[in-house]
Write a protein that binds this ligand. Structure first.
Ligand SMILES: [Zn+2]
Ligand SMILES: [Zn+2]
Length: 284
């Protein structure tokens, strides 16, 4: 992870939490608007109130649990065997030509399970972390580390979305989508009452905004969630979808595709009971 350097380090670190605080603020307000303003003050039927509250609490719990795990799961470090000794790093830096560097890297990586190459066909080396990059790993300039199976760095979770938390991220998108669709569909009739002038008091503004915000988030989450479902089934990270991975034989956008079910299992694991819980079960 990142090293402290410069007096602004703590300011930058604090600033990165702003999007997470923004999301949590909206979620906590939505809790107040739904539970207090809608269920407590607006809905008359006791049965309807109870059912709405039960489902609401299940969805918000799953959503916040997945979000928490996406944000607070630490990166998994690149295994020690990929680290390049200082003496070899010096040789690389002193190499006279690109061919000489390639030859050194080829020798260093000969016993490592690496099939990804650079555009020029060389073994991938990170000069910042001083290691041979494992397949699908990329250096994240925000996390200041090489990240295994990196998907992208997400400011909304203030973390890299990668091997260590990709399953949690997908569940977070899925449960957030269910949460928003549930809120939008259960507030719709009260939203219509509002337009007809049948709803009074301050609560109507909370319910009005709740409907709009839930709908807005549902639309944007919908495309993101289904795009990632497509990526999982094709075994591609977001980075690989934009730039196909390079191999010795050249580019191959399906280089890691092992069939849809196996691709799914690579992220969600074999145990079906744990598929929909934010518990780490990914395979490599
Ligand atoms: Zn690196
Ligand atoms: Zn990152």
């Amino acid at each position: 992870m990142g090293k402290q350097n410069g007096s602004c380090w703590w300011c930058v670190k604090a600033f990165k939490w702003v999007p997470v605080i923004f999301i949590l603020t909206i979620v906590f307000w939505s809790y107040y608007a739904y539970v207090v303003q809608l269920c407590y003050y607006t809905i008359d039927s006791y049965i309807q109130k109870t059912l709405y509250l039960i489902f609401f609490h299940i969805f918000i719990a799953m959503f916040l649990w997945s979000y928490w795990k996406t944000v607070f799961t630490d990166l998994i470090s690149v295994p020690e065997v990929f680290k390049v000794p200082l003496s070899e790093v010096e040789k690389l830096q002193q190499a006279q030509s690109e061919e000489a560097q390639c030859a050194i890297l080829e020798r260093l990586g000969q016993n490592l399970p690496v099939s990804n190459r650079t555009i020029r066909g060389a073994i991938r080396f990170c000069d910042k972390c001083q290691l041979i990059k494992p397949d699908r790993a990329h250096h994240c300039s925000v996390c200041r580390a090489c990240v295994l199976k990196m998907d992208h760095h997400c400011p909304w979770v203030n973390n890299c979305v990668a091997y260590h938390n990709y399953k949690f991220f997908i569940l977070f998108l899925g449960y957030a989508l269910i949460y928003c669709v549930f809120i939008a569909s259960t507030t719709l009739q009260y939203f219509i009452h509002f337009w007809k002038g049948e709803l009074d008091g301050m609560g109507k503004f909370h319910i009005l905004f709740l409907f709009f915000i839930a709908l807005m988030f549902a639309v944007s989450l919908n495309s993101l969630f289904f795009y990632h479902c497509y990526l999982i089934l094709h075994n591609r990270s977001t980075l690989e979808a934009f730039r196909p991975p390079m191999f010795r034989m050249g580019k191959d956008k399906d280089g890691f595709n092992i069939g849809k079910y196996n691709n799914f299992q690579e992220v969600f694991g074999e145990n079906k009971k744990l598929w929909f819980l934010p518990i780490f079960t990914s395979e490599f």
